[in-house]
Structures are given as C-alpha cells and as structure tokens.
Ligand binder design. Structure first.
Ligand SMILES: C[C@H](O)[C@@H](O)CC(=O)C(=O)O
Ligand SMILES: [Mg+2]
Length: 460
C-alpha cells in the first residue's frame, strides 16, 4: 500500500515545513510571480520539426505564494520568442487569483475556471484560445499544483481519490453539452469505479506505457538518428515517433532507416507538425505507407476539422490513423474533431488547454467516442505534467491500455525538482506531492530570459 507524504512546503530560507492539510486549504494566495525561462535547445536541434525548425524550449513559469508559506508552481510551454507576451497575459490574469483562498477556489472550481476564461473584457483576447488560454493554463496548473501539495498527494492521486461528483464539478461543460452532459460524465466516472484499485496498483507496479520522440527530431543527422535508435532499443523502447514533412526524399530515406533499425514489429509514428494542405497530406502519407506508420500526426492546420476528417477517411484503408491535439486550442475544437471522426488518436496537452479542468472534459469526451488518448509531451516539462493526466485517465475513465501510450522526450528533466521516472519504457507514477511543475531555483535563475547567466553568455 502506497503511503503519501503529508502537506509539505518550504519557507523562503528553504526549510521544510509540515502543515495540517485543512490549515493549508484555508490559506490565501498572496502573490503571483511569473518568469520568462528559456532553454537554448535550438543550438542542437532538439525539438525541431518541419514547421518549428529552431525551437528554444521555454516556459512562462508561475509561482503562487500563500500566507502559510505553501507554494504552488505552474507553467505553460512556448518555443522561445513571444514568451514575454504570455508573461504579460499571466500578469493580466493575476488579479483574479491573488487574494483568493485555496478552499474557496476548489470548492467551486468550475466557477473559478469561468472567472479566468470569461472575464468580460479579457475574453475578447480569446476566448479560450491562443496566448490568453496558454496563460490560463499556466495559472491553473499552479493552482492544481498548490491543491495537490496542500493535500499531500501527487496530482494524479488527488484526482483518483476524488468522488465522481467532485471531478465533474471542476469541468466547465459550456459549449459541449450537445456531446457530453454533466450526467453522462458522471455515469462514465461511476462506471469506471469498478476495478479502480486494481488499475491503480497495476500502474504503481508497472507504470504507464510510453513512446519516444527523442531519436528523430527533424534537424538530427542520419548518424545521430542511428545512434539514438540503437541506444533507445537497448533501453527497452519499442515505440518511436519521427518527424517528417520537409523534403519527401528525406522523409523516405529517414523512414526506411528507422524502420530498418527498429524492425517490423516495433511501432512507428510520423509527425508533420501541420506542414501540408489536405490533398498534399494524403499523397505524402500514402508515399510513406510502406513503412507502416500507426499514425500521421498534425498533417495539416490544427483548426481544419473537416480537412482532418478527409485525411482520416483517405488514410483508413492504408491502416494509418490521424493524431492531433498539441495545438488544439480548446475542448470545443476537440468536440468537433471527435464529432467529425477527424482523428483516431486524441493528443491532449497539459499546457495548451485550460489546465486539468479542460483536459478532464476532453478525456471524458474521448471516452464517449471511444477514441484513445495519447498525450503530447514534446517540450520542456510536458512529460512531468501529462503523466498525471494519463494515469487518471487509465484508472478512472478509460480503463484501457489498447492503442494507448504517452509521449516521452528525453530533454531538460534535470531542471525539475520531481523529474519523471521512466522504467522499461513506462512512466512510473510520481510520488511527490503536487503536479511535478516545480523547477530548480538555480535552473530558473540561470535560464531566465534575457538576464540569466546562460543567456548573457550566449549573447556575448
Ligand atoms: C516544437 C516541438 O518540439 C514539437 O515538434 C513537438 C511535437 O510535435 C511532438 O512532440 O509531437
Ligand atoms: Mg507533434
């Protein structure tokens, strides 16, 4: 039986303090700090794809201070330039958070989600999309982290231990009731109560299956690709995603190389990061069909619901599904993608959607349509966060591992206080209280843009 740590926090001198849980819940958020933190991943082409050739994995990093010393950490993910815009958007939301007591927020989390997303002036910036939704994700991720810390549990366990009623009370059903009502959501969660403990035990023992994207970023040379595949196979990886979408001959050569490396029985996925028009996507993926990819990810614009449906229909006879979601802006878009049979794999993102609240809505809709969820995690910190959501999905919603796996990328974990633990290509459930969002102070300081030491050195 797993034992969970009590409520734990550090004061400003770094001393660990334990506080009674109920006391922590009663305390008030007194300060929100947000920082622009960037890692120069483009120098080595980590994270590169057909549309984002030089990404610097970055975050708008939020810290919530409470009057009892407990702190909550959160962030949203960006690619470098423009993080300062997200920082401004977080600052614009901060007045809606500071002064609130944690208990007051979580006792009606749906209302708090609405407060952030439906402010009558700020919603004009979205609504619920783009920079303002990224900012909402950063703030709410910090609130969820704070809540889980106050309860002394990792976030996935906090969710797993909640009553179905409490889970649905966190979701804003506005705009999705034509597909999923509160009652239906409740029924799904009630049904999944059967076998919940066994699934939790199974996860604690074996972990959640993962695939790796780290072997084949677009900017990597063939030599790198071979070496990384060799290493990954030795470490037990069996599912691999590679980038495609720039030059067709390069795609064919690289797909052939990887398929030869991993053999016919391991799984291959390809990701075009929105590079093509609809007809182009169909013809380009048809040319790559001989390499037997399980899915083509983001073949075209993330907003083109009917385009995705056309591509899905055309590729179905080839046995290739369509995956999308890392730039799907909100639950309404996911609803339409599901309604239109436009995707065969739902890729939730912990920092694109409105935090846990909106992701819960998407998990439940995906379950209703019986479409597997395979979360996106290519970025800094996304693996740390999304593992909590997919564990909850397995234990409390889908109860299935069929055609399901969570993305893993092997970058920048050393900057987190509770980095992911991968064993035999599985995510092992985190044990530390919180949402695994906290970064090392030294990493934040060093990588703060543009004043951190790392950037000062690079700019010299
Ligand atoms: C820019 C990011 O690295 C992106 O390529 C990640 C991605 O598409 C994925 O992990 O999938
Ligand atoms: Mg992708």
């Amino acid at each position: 039986m797993m034992r969970w740590a009590g409520s734990m926090s550090r004061d400003t001198s770094g001393t660990v303090k334990h506080s009674p849980l109920s006391a922590a819940m009663a305390h008030t958020i007194v300060k929100l700090t947000v920082k622009d933190v960037r890692f120069p991943t483009s120098l080595e082409q980590h994270g590169s794809d057909a549309m984002h050739t030089d990404p610097d994995y970055s975050v708008a990093y939020v810290v919530l201070d409470t009057d009892c010393g407990l702190r909550g950490f959160g962030f949203t993910f960006t690619l470098g330039k423009g993080t300062e815009i997200v920082v401004c958007a977080v600052e614009a939301l901060s007045a809606l958070v500071v002064g609130k007591c944690l208990q007051e927020i979580v006792s009606d989390f749906r209302a708090f989600y609405r407060l952030l997303t439906s402010d009558d002036q700020m919603r004009w910036l979205g609504p619920e999309k783009g920079v303002i939704q990224l900012a909402t994700a950063a703030v709410l991720n910090a609130v969820w982290d704070l809540w889980a810390r106050a309860e002394g549990k990792p976030l996935w366990k906090l969710l797993v231990d909640m009553d179905p009623e409490q889970i649905v009370s966190c979701i804003d059903f506005r705009y999705i009731t034509d597909v999923l009502t509160e009652k239906e959501a409740l029924d799904i969660l009630m049904k999944a109560q059967a076998g919940k403990q066994q699934r939790e035990d199974e996860m604690l023992k074996k972990g959640y299956p993962a695939y790796t994207t780290s072997c084949a970023w677009l900017g990597y040379t063939d030599q790198q690709l071979k070496q990384l595949c060799t290493d990954a196979l030795k470490s037990g990886w069996t599912k691999f995603k590679m980038k495609v979408g720039a030059d067709l001959e390069d795609d064919i050569r690289r797909c052939r190389l990887i398929r030869e490396m991993i053999g016919p029985n391991n799984t291959l996925m390809i990701d075009a990061n929105q590079r093509w028009d609809v007809a182009e996507a169909i013809s380009r993926v048809s040319r790559l069909a001989e390499f037997k990819p399980l899915w083509i990810e983001e073949p075209t614009s993330p907003d083109d619901v009917l385009g995705h449906a056309t591509i899905s229909k055309a590729l179905a006879p080839l046995g290739i599904g369509v995956a999308t979601g890392e730039q799907c802006q909100n639950r309404v878009m996911f609803k339409q993608l599901l309604q239109a049979s436009a995707l065969q794999f739902v890729q939730i993102d912990s920092c694109r959607l409105g935090s846990v609240n909106e992701n819960l809505a998407v998990l439940l809709m995906a379950h209703k349509f019986q479409v597997p969820v395979c979360p996106h995690a290519g970025g800094v910190g996304l693996c740390e966060l999304v593992q909590h959501l997919i564990l909850f999905d397995y234990v409390c919603v889908s109860a299935s591992l069929d055609n399901r796996m969570c993305e893993y990328v092997d970058h920048l974990h050393e900057h987190f206080t509770s980095p992911v633990v991968i064993q035999d290509a599985h995510y092992m459930p985190p044990k530390d209280p919180g949402y695994s969002c906290e970064m090392l102070d030294s990493s934040v300081q060093r990588h703060e843009y543009p004043e951190g030491e790392e950037w000062k050195l690079l700019m010299k």
